[in-house]
Each structure stands twice: as structure tokens, then as C-alpha cells.
Design a protein around this ligand. Structure first.
Ligand code: KIV
Length: 286
């Protein structure tokens, strides 16, 4: 019999009386409402997930960037749903406190809402607590179908890497007035459909700030300036072990750190203190 009987009764990892209080959507919303920035990083394996979780990273994104980082592809397009589910399981088994969200990969939700629900169920059963999908407009009814079925959704606007060929490369989005207006309209539609979180990638910081100010959920920026509710980076980018050129908005957190743990702690500290990104160096001006 354990010293604390509630430990034996705890049905989920991280809910034992002695463990860290698990992150929930409710707590993430409270952080947003009280102006506490949310720190998110990608994770693809159990050891990294455990370290990130221990360092206070609030959200672990099992991103389809694993296609480039782990698999060596030139884009995220070749990643399959089965591969995503495998990595979600690896991360979810190690996470004690952090909120785990996972990308629906290219081709797993584009056909219709029924396909999206089936794919999301696969990732949720592998251990995800939220799924992320890219794009605006046609995605709003898909988001609504998922949310109606109890599946929390993170939307993703701006540079959407699954559309790299349509966008003509990894380039800043929403720079001109019509692009900015379209992105704002898409954000409103996704909010109305119930997307609790929104990633804004590679958009001018003034646009990201305007979207964040009116979005009812949690806006997470990447290359979108400092005025979102939180930040995300690809782990390998901020540890400076990226294959190929690193995006300009990335800071090498290994600089001045004696270990990976120290680099991740510095990231969490700087995001929470609002000093990463520094818009002049690592953000995008209007
Ligand atoms: O796949 C990924 O890692 C992402 C982040 C870049 C936001 O979508």
C-alpha cells in the first residue's frame, strides 16, 4: 500500500498528489487573461519531452516539423499520420505537466471533416490533448466539427508550411493590406468555430499583435514579434542543431548555456519575462 493512497488511485500520469499540477486549457486561458506568456517548444521523443517538461515548458508541440528535423525531408509534406501518432505516444508518455498538442499532417484532414475527425481521434488516442491544423477559410467548418466532438483545436495561420509550394517558399505572410485583412478574417472565423489556440507564423509583429488583441483564445507566435500570448520555436533550431539555414527569428539559446537544460531554462525565462523575442533582432517589424 503506498504511503499516500491517492497516489494509487490517481488515474493519469501527473495527477498524483506529489506530481506537478498538469496544464489544462483552463489554466492556459487563465495565463493569457493574466498576461503570463506561454512557453511552447516542439518535442518528438520521450527524453526531450521529459527535459522540457521539467524545465517548465508549458506546451509540447509534436510538430510535423519532425519530417525535416527527425527524418531529413525538405518539407513537412511526407509525414504520415502513423508517424505522427508514434511520436505523440513517445512525448505523451514522458510529459507530466505540459499540455501536449500534435499536428494533423498533410493529407490527414484536407478531404473533409469526417477525415479530420478520424485523424484527430488517432492522435488523441496516442496521447495528444489538442490537435493543430493549418490554414483559414475552408478549415473553419473542420475546426467546428472537431470542437463539437470534444477535440480541442489549435489553428495555424500566416506561413503554413504544408502549403509551402502554393506560397512559393518559406516567406513572411500578411505584409500587404489585403493579405493582412484576409488573415484577420480567417482568425475571426477560426475563433467563431471554437479554435482555442492559434499559432501565427512569420507575420508582421503589428498584425500578430492586432490578431492577438481580439482573439478570444491563446495566440502563440513564431517569427511574429513579441506581442502574442506566447511563443513557440522548433527545439532543434533554438539548440542550433538545425539542418540547413536557420530562420532569422530564431535565437541560439545554446550561446552562454552550459547544457541543453540551461538553454531550455533560458528560453522559458526569456519568454516569460517578455525579452524573447526581441523584435529588433528576432521578430518581424510591420
Ligand atoms: O511543425 C511545427 O513544428 C510547427 C511549428 C513551427 C509551429 O508547426
Amino acid at each position: 500500500m503506498p504511503a499516500n493512497p491517492s497516489e494509487a488511485a490517481a488515474p493519469y500520469a501527473g495527477t498524483a498528489a506529489t506530481g506537478p499540477k498538469p496544464m489544462t486549457l483552463h489554466r492556459l486561458r487563465a495565463m493569457r487573461d493574466s498576461g503570463q506568456p506561454v512557453a511552447m517548444l516542439t518535442a518528438y521523443d520521450a527524453a526531450s519531452a521529459a527535459l522540457l517538461d521539467d524545465c517548465g515548458v508549458d506546451c509540447l508541440l509534436v510538430g510535423d516539423s519532425l519530417g525535416m528535423v527527425m527524418q531529413g525531408h525538405a518539407s513537412t509534406l511526407p509525414v504520415s499520420l502513423e508517424q505522427m501518432a508514434y511520436h505523440v505516444g513517445c512525448v505523451a508518455r514522458a510529459a507530466r505537466r505540459a499540455w501536449v498538442l500534435a499536428d494533423l499532417p498533410f493529407g490527414s484532414y484536407q478531404a473533409d471533416a469526417a477525415q479530420a475527425v478520424r485523424s484527430a481521434v488517432t492522435l488523441m488516442q496516442a496521447g495528444a490533448q489538442m490537435v493543430k491544423l493549418e490554414g483559414g477559410g475552408w478549415t473553419a467548418p473542420v475546426v467546428a466539427a472537431l470542437v463539437e466532438r470534444g477535440i480541442p483545436v489549435c489553428a495555424h495561420l500566416g506561413l503554413t508550411p504544408q502549403s509551402v509550394h502554393a506560397l512559393g517558399g518559406y516567406r513572411i505572410q500578411g505584409r500587404d493590406a489585403s493579405g493582412a485583412q484576409l488573415l484577420q478574417r480567417h482568425a475571426r472565423e477560426l475563433a467563431a468555430a471554437g479554435a482555442a489556440m492559434l499559432v501565427l507564423e512569420l507575420v508582421p509583429s503589428d498584425l500578430a499583435a492586432a490578431v492577438s488583441a481580439e482573439y478570444p483564445g491563446i495566440c502563440i507566435g513564431i517569427g511574429a514579434g513579441a506581442r502574442t500570448h506566447g511563443q513557440v520555436l522548433v527545439l532543434h533550431d533554438m539548440l542550433d542543431i538545425t539542418l540547413g539555414p536557420k530562420p532569422r527569428f530564431v535565437r541560439n539559446f545554446m550561446q552562454g548555456a552550459a547544457s541543453v537544460r540551461e538553454a531550455v531554462q533560458a528560453y522559458v525565462r526569456d519568454v516569460k519575462a517578455g525579452v524573447f523575442p526581441d523584435e529588433a533582432l528576432h521578430g518581424y517589424a510591420a
